[in-house]
Design a protein around this ligand. Structure first.
Ligand code: MTE
Ligand code: MO
Length: 311
């Protein structure tokens, strides 16, 4: 992938919003001018960088959740438990240098500098619905690549049945990790076939730019048919395992958060129904769809399983 070397730094008060830039760029691209993604971007806030990517599969024509909401209404407990905390505390996350370890039951483990980890893969945009277990949802234009590319390159052995993920552990800087709200580091896991599924994305950006820290820079998982907490942020380690790996929310409250955590309107959380959700930016609630609307793509992964038992 290409992360342009031009760093964008100081914001100007007159700056147009990233969302507006994004839509303008799409208009240019649609007009067939063949202008590279980053070239129309003026400098803007933070250390975000324009990405080069192509349109990807599994599109939805639902309205995108505004950039402002995607980047200021977050769950990232390492940066605080309030929805506004992650944006406010975003600079506690140090993303340079960053490395990603791939290990466990595979023939080709490795410990990669972020640039080396990412450089083989072309980026595409995937517009996915994200449904939080708390009952809100968003539609987010991610930029990333399929996790299965990284997994295949590592050559999992025949005994690998699951993939475990780990977030950075840095309590000196991440104030949330100095409080015992969860067991740190945040961990997640998928069955190997879920992890290999073409919907499962490693995201490095949103709205055409590198991820803001509060959204899980520099690298996060996006598993759109599962509740949002499966989409682990700021990943430093990917491990092939034989046993089902522990997961952060299941450890904290096993009766409320199962390993699978597929979006399922028929399985209530013990403390609330999952039948409806509120799309951020809307007032009315809308029905929650089985597998968050991705049943055609993923239902066959669970053939023969009792999803009330394996919630
Ligand atoms: N490391 C880490 N990853 C995390 C979380 C977290 O607290 N820590 N929160 C999860 C939850 S509950 C959700 S809903 C999504 C939110 O992603 P977003 O803030 O980019 O919308 O991130 C998930 N990934
Ligand atoms: Mo969530």
């Amino acid at each position: 992938m290409l992360i342009r070397s031009r760093r964008v730094s100081e914001p100007k008060p007159s700056e147009i919003t990233p969302e507006a830039i994004y839509h303008r760029r799409r208009d240019f691209m649609r007009a067939g001018l063949g202008i590279g993604a980053g070239m129309l971007l003026p400098p803007m806030a933070g250390a975000r960088t324009a990405l080069d990517f192509s349109p990807g599969a599994f599109g939805t024509d639902e309205k995108h959740t505004p950039y402002e909401d995607v980047t200021t209404y977050n769950n990232f407990y390492e940066l605080g438990t309030g929805k506004a905390d992650p944006a406010r505390n975003a600079d506690q996350l140090r993303t340079e240098p960053w490395s990603v370890r791939v290990d466990g039951a595979c023939a080709r483990p490795g410990n990669y500098a972020l640039e080396d980890f990412l450089s083989p893969w072309a980026l595409e945009e995937r517009v996915y619905r994200l449904r939080c277990v708390e009952g809100w949802s968003m539609v987010i234009p991610w930029v990333g690549f399929e996790l299965n590319k990284v997994l295949s390159q590592a050559e999992p052995t025949g005994s690998a049945r699951y993939v475990a993920f780990e977030t950075i552990l840095d309590p000196d800087n991440l104030s949330g990790q100095r409080r015992p709200v969860l067991e740190w580091p945040y961990v997640e896991g998928l069955r190997l076939d879920e992890a290999m599924h073409p919907l499962t994305l490693l995201a490095v950006g949103l709205y055409g730019e590198t991820l803001p820290n509060q959204n899980g820079a520099p690298l996060r998982l996006v598993v759109p048919w599962k509740y949002g907490f499966k989409s682990i942020k700021s990943i430093v380690r990917i491990t092939f395992t034989e046993q089902e790996p522990p997961t952060a929310w299941n450890r904290a409250q096993p009766s409320e958060y199962g390993f699978y955590s597929n979006v399922n309107p028929d399985v209530a959380h013990p403390r609330w129904s999952q039948r409806t959700e509120r799309r951020i930016g809307e007032f009315r609630r809308r029905p929650t769809l089985m597998f968050n609307g991705y049943a055609d793509e993923v239902a066959q992964l669970y053939t023969g399983m009792d999803l009330k038992q394996h919630f």
